[in-house]
Design a protein around this ligand. Structure first.
Ligand code: MG
Length: 379
């Protein structure tokens, strides 16, 4: 069996209410998908080729993989990586382009063998993965009613934790905003904050100290994503765990962060890090070093499913007979902000039960992608 052709899609869906984080405000959601078809007509889907990544997929990587055996995932991963490495393109959009193709190849391989991806990875450790709600972004006129109703809604839906943004307001205003959320959800629900790199070291420590009494599980991306020493300074100065890694590509970008233990919690993103192959490599390395892996997930059902398959195979960190989410057990991000892309291209795929998502059990990714919906959302 050989790879016959490859197609990319740029999906976009407008938002009724624009929302923002420290670096940006958006009025639409967007996702880049790749569809790979074999000469036998088997189709695999991958995600990660949004914007300029699509050009890397189409112009550089597609000619390398068309005609190849799609089940040779690791060989093709290396081939793609080395085609970009010497020009320093395996980072950034190049890493995302590899991610999209790699995930599609795992989807195809699973469909050929009739096995879900978690079985290709060695079998699952858990049938469902604990998730937390990502939402509580900045929206105009949110305080207090709309923001707190959103937080209450996550509790009522059964989420065991949720994450909000900081770094978009003055420090005092952000602290008051997080405090209002904590007061609303009570002490038993886990709460995390994400600055999206908004601070320098001293500002991150300053707001972290002011937030310390709110029992936050982690403070995500406090400083620039590449600032290892900044991470180490913040980490040694604050009581909550420090998390990051969603923007890094390949195990080579993670190497120093992991070996110097710059994170308490690492959050590789399957559409950035290099797909299922590299997610697994980074995750198992981190797990070996006692660094918790809580995957970053913000996209379509394709990346949600791909992330669930890998998360299903990760051992508790450290090994534990009774692992607890947020303590030893991996928890996965579950984006709850409005997204027609997430809701329409594979509807009814994921159901939250007791704060967990079931891992799809069908072959490959185990989800059905509605290509009509993909095309209707494509630009
Ligand atoms: Mg984040």
């Amino acid at each position: 069996m050989k790879i016959k052709n490859l197609e990319t899609f740029q999906l976009s869906a407008p938002l009724a209410i624009p929302f923002g984080w420290s670096q940006d405000t958006i009025s639409s959601r967007s996702v880049g998908l790749v569809k790979i078809t074999t000469d036998d007509g088997i189709v695999g889907w991958g995600e990660g080729c949004g914007g300029p990544s699509a050009a890397v997929v189409e112009d550089i990587l597609a000619p390398l993989i068309v005609g190849e055996d799609p089940t040779n995932r690791l060989k093709l991963w290396q081939k793609m990586f080395h085609s970009l490495y010497n020009a320093n393109l395996a980072v950034g959009y190049g890493g995302s382009a590899i991610s999209a193709i790699d995930t599609a190849l795992w989807d195809i391989t699973g469909k050929i063998l009739g096995l879900p991806i978690y079985d290709l990875l060695g079998g699952r450790i858990r049938n469902s993965v604990p998730v937390y709600a990502t939402g509580l972004y900045y929206t105009e006129g949110e305080m207090p009613t709309r923001l707190l109703a959103e937080a209450r809604g996550y509790v009522e839906s059964g989420f065991i934790g949720m994450k909000t943004k900081i770094g978009g307001l003055k420090i005092e205003d952000d602290v008051n905003r997080v405090k209002a959320i904590r007061d609303e959800i009570g002490p038993d629900i886990k709460l995390m904050v994400d600055a999206n790199q908004a601070y320098n070291v001293s500002s991150a420590i300053r707001i972290g100290q002011k937030l310390a009494h709110l029992d936050l599980v982690w403070f995500e991306e406090p400083v620039n994503a590449q600032d290892i020493d900044g991470y180490l300074s913040v980490k040694s100065s604050l009581p909550m765990a420090i998390a990051g890694g969603e923007n890094l590509r390949t195990r080579y970008e993670f190497q120093q962060f992991l070996s110097r233990r710059a994170y308490d919690i690492v959050q590789p993103d399957i559409i950035n890090v290099g797909g299922i192959s590299e997610m697994r490599n980074v995750a198992m390395t981190a797990n070996t070093m006692g660094i918790q892996v809580n995957p970053h997930v913000w996209g379509s059902p394709i990346m949600i499913a791909a992330s669930l398959h890998v998360a299903a195979t990760l051992p508790p960190c450290p090994p534990s007979g009774n692992p607890e989410p947020f303590v030893q057990e991996t928890v996965m991000e579950y984006d709850r902000t409005p997204s027609a892309i997430r809701d329409d291209i594979s509807p009814e795929t994921f159901k939250l039960t007791n704060g967990r998502l079931q891992v799809p059990t069908g072959p490959g990714l185990g989800i059905t992608v509605d290509e009509k919906a993909v095309r209707s959302l494509s630009s």
